[in-house]
Write a protein that binds this ligand. Sequence first.
Ligand SMILES: Nc1ncnc2c1ncn2[C@@H]1O[C@H](COP(=O)(O)OP(=O)(O)O)[C@@H](O)[C@H]1O
Ligand SMILES: [Mg+2]
Length: 253
Amino acid sequence: MTEVLRVENVRKFFGKFAAVDGVSFTLHEGGIYLLVGPNGCGKTTLVNCISGYFKPEEGRIYYRGVDITDEPMYIRARRGLVRTFQIASPFMALTTLENMLVALPDNAGENIFLSLFRPTWIDSEISAVRRAAELLRVLGLMHVWNKPAKTLSGGELKLLEIGRALMSGGETILLDEPVGSIDPKLCHQIFSHIIKLRDELNITFLVIEHRLEVAAQYADWVFAMDRGKLVCQGRAEEVFEDPRVITSYLGEE
Ligand SMILES: Nc1ncnc2c1ncn2[C@@H]1O[C@H](COP(=O)(O)OP(=O)(O)O)[C@@H](O)[C@H]1O
Ligand SMILES: [Mg+2]
């Protein structure tokens, strides 16, 4: 198994308060990892440290063996480590395919977007459109490729956001609470495509979810946080029976 991300003893303070208090874990290529824990336990702050939005006061973060702790967000994204909302939200007037193309890194997207209005395309443009079509196929969005984003359902928009992260070169995707609502159908729609992306394209996912039951059945491995610390990790059924995890959720909601 290839290691993609290693978090070593990361601490992030707000004033004197350690929102992330010495967290270490490793992600392997092609895994679907779930990060759970009650509201305010530090999940988003930890993901912000991994994406480069925050710099931790202590600890190191490695991506494919390279120490990226001091690298800005856009360099990490270029390496393939991408948090979805880093990618601008879809342009509602553009079609699904156009939204995929403008997510290409640097100016490539803009050039390809303009090529839609030109009679001849160069090879790099053709291969980008092929890549977009391949991703839309895996994401189950082919039937809306030519529809404006504003006509897409909530689930389809979320899948398009993931597609754009992949189009921008993402190989390890950080998703902070991708299923906003409790709707189990929506949850299944998103996670079944996450599994397809892993199976067909070997994409690695770290998914944050506050509600224990929602995404458990889709994850290979679960990390549970409480008050800034990782309290337990393992397969979903083990983690959710762990007394430390149960206690951390008591008194919530
Ligand atoms: N920018 C910030 N400044 C000060 N405190 C923050 C900031 N962001 C988060 N916190 C605090 O850090 C803790 C962890 O927050 P967060 O990472 O958002 O938790 P979670 O995503 O698990 O709900 C909370 O107590 C929160 O109030
Ligand atoms: Mg959060």
